[in-house]
Write a protein that binds this ligand. Sequence first.
Ligand code: SF4
Ligand code: SF4
Length: 82
Amino acid sequence: MAMVIVDTCINCGNCEPTCPNQAISAGENIYVVNHERCTECVGAFDKPQCVEACPISDCITVDPAFTEPQEVLMARYQALHA
Ligand code: SF4
Ligand code: SF4
């Protein structure tokens, strides 16, 4: 799955620089994750770095709209960093 940021986001910006795939950016109202770039940090870290950096609990969660197996996430990571 990709991650999604929910509306409890306080726009602190902590998450953006932690992403190894540049998947996070400031949106119109809150920060947003580009699901085409998010790998749940597969390929780079063993935990989603954005979640680790976010001061609001459960503000960044897995997005059930984009369920993908580990190998798809790894292939995306490799494609993004080829
Ligand atoms: Fe970026 Fe990792 Fe967060 Fe996905 S889980 S948005 S790859 S920091
Ligand atoms: Fe929003 Fe959390 Fe990112 Fe801060 S770290 S901008 S609260 S999602």
